[in-house]
Design a protein around this ligand. Sequence first.
Ligand code: ADP
Ligand code: CIR
Length: 379
Amino acid sequence: MGGCATKENKENKPKEGSDGKAATMVDAATLEKLEAGFSKLQGSDSKSLLKKYLTREVFDSLKNKKTSFGSTLLDCIQSGVENLDSGVGIYAPDAESYSVFAELFDPIIEDYHNGFKKTDKHPPKNWGDVDTLGNLDPAGEFVVSTRVRCGRSLEGYPFNPCLTESQYKEMEDKVSGTLSSLEGELKGTFYPLTGMSKETQQQLIDDHFLFKEGDRFLQAANACRFWPTGRGIYHNENKTFLVWCNEEDHLRIISMQMGGDLQQVYKRLVSAVNEIEKKIPFSHHDRLGFLTFCPTNLGTTVRASVHIKLPKLAADKKKLEEVASKYHLQVRGTRGEHTEAEGGVYDISNKRRMGLTEYDAVKEMYDGIAELIKIEKSL
Ligand code: ADP
Ligand code: CIR
């Protein structure tokens, strides 16, 4: 394995060659794995964006590059090589990877985020007027629950594959300490994964509050080292406001509740993020917006979703996906990405997160779901 994943990086400093300059050449063992991975991917019928954009030309131009954290192309692509059923197949082991391996990340970003070009700049943060989104389903016929989440990375720390065990602990302390000062509706408790009973953990997962364990896409990306160290969940008493610590991203900030009142869910998220941002500095990039481990989450990092039953439309899953994609929506299963729908409940959310404001990302989901409900009623 190349890169920082297997090495201690205690002071969070870029690694240097003996001449004091950042090393650029990749070792023979990593190059061999890269070649084998490239052949495996290109010889497969994978539908991933990684396969689509990792041409021989791009591969050759990137295979010898390293970030100053020591991350290689292998660290970026190994999840998609190992999991040929990936939709995307690539992660950034550290923020610098987005520039060093831009020849690969840029076209994937453009494809996923609806044409966000390498010359485009993500707009400044704008939550808009939080009082203007309504209830998607006041009669409660279709929408089971509504959730809006965003991701944040703590400034000064690399992403999962480059974090040391002591950094995980330090980050957990920082996050739980900061969240403990929240008040009112946001007041809650931090529960570390370390020491949590398996029953409690499974119940939280089954109720859609907690991230799952053993995600093979994250594992292959080297994002689950030292598990469960540094991982945890904070939530208020009603579990309408939650924060995940050190799963895929450093932080996932979540607002959710039963029913279709997107306005209330969104308002709660915005007030929580504003409070947390006063206390913790987050990594932000001039062009890419807020920085995240997966390129699908860059920019606003916002995924606004409903758990929804659309029995007539969903009778033909392909048709549901076609109609959803017309409104720039993504369909997931009941337990999230890479899962199946249970009891006819689908998770439908805005797909793109870049090149538009936070408000517009949520509005895209609102408008699209309103259309899907209209279609369902007409069938
Ligand atoms: P993400 O955190 O990227 O949004 P997942 O797709 O893994 O990722 O979903 C995380 C969890 O959130 C899953 O348990 C999923 O069922 C739950 N979830 C997503 N949207 C909703 C929703 N609208 N209502 C209830 N639970 C939801
Ligand atoms: C995949 O490529 O399927 C996983 N690595 C997850 C990618 C993130 N998914 C998404 O569509 N937002």
